[in-house]
Design a protein around this ligand. Structure first.
Ligand code: DX5
Ligand code: ZN
Length: 220
């Protein structure tokens, strides 16, 4: 699996979002992690399809949309037409997860499932074949700038075991608290899609920091 950096715009300056996006794009990032929060599933509110539609006009980056919202089904089409490339929903927020995943795929998009820190990997055993990516949350979702919860390491072991048993291989994304100091560790656990918000947008030179991440991810 190719290692992919997905900078999260949650920690970007929203007053000049297209410039902020250009910085990570110029640094070599191919994915853009877009955190959608509804104030219900998580204790914070961000933005929705209209903002995604606006930034879609400014870049060709791959839009990695992370939905932290309750019952996303009725909004999926709006995210698709706004320009999402991958939609990741939370296992905990979907009553009929199989239906939700099929709906995302019916639009021709990639589909992912996110697990909160306390949700076991075993909850994916009857759906993992249907998806493209598993997102393991390494913080409780809602805010950028938190510290990585070390126990998530065990879930990588469980996930790789589940994939091995089923003879499948899917992208594994890690989200929350990743920085230059723990990047090599999370790569060694098996994560290949790396989300980083504050560690990238908190840097003085965002473009350079993006390059530093990518350099480590390419093993150079
Ligand atoms: C948290 C979001 C993350 C967030 C990560 O709920 O899902 O994507 O932007 O931010 P950092 O990298 O600062 O932990
Ligand atoms: Zn996220």
């Amino acid at each position: 699996m190719e290692n992919i950096l997905s900078p999260s715009i949650l920690s970007a300056d929203f007053s000049c979002l297209s410039d902020e996006i250009k910085k990570v794009e110029n640094g070599g990032a191919k994915y853009l992690h877009i955190d959608v929060m509804d104030g219900l599933f998580v204790p914070n509110i961000t933005f929705g399809p209209p903002l995604i539609k606006s930034i879609r006009k400014t870049t060709d980056m791959f839009f990695d949309v992370h939905l932290m919202i309750n019952n996303p089904d009725n909004l999926l089409e709006d995210f698709e037409s706004a320009g999402a490339d991958l939609i990741t929903v939370h296992q905990e927020s979907c009553i009929h997860l199989h239906r939700t995943i099929q709906k995302i795929k019916s639009f021709g998009l990639k589909a992912g499932i996110a697990l909160n820190p306390a949700t076991p990997v075993s909850t994916l055993s009857d759906i993992i074949e249907d998806i493209d990516l598993v997102l393991l949350m390494s913080v409780n979702p809602g805010f950028g700038g938190q510290s990585l919860i070390g126990n998530v390491k065990n879930k990588f072991t469980d996930l790789k075991e589940l994939m091995y048993k089923k003879n499948i291989s899917k992208d594994i994304e890690i989200d929350g608290g990743v920085n230059l100091n723990n990047l090599e560790d999370v790569l060694s656990w098996g994560a290949n899609v790396i989300v980083a918000g504050s560690a990238i947008y908190g840097a003085e030179n965002v473009e350079l920091r993006t390059k530093e991440f990518i350099k480590i991810m390419q093993g150079q």
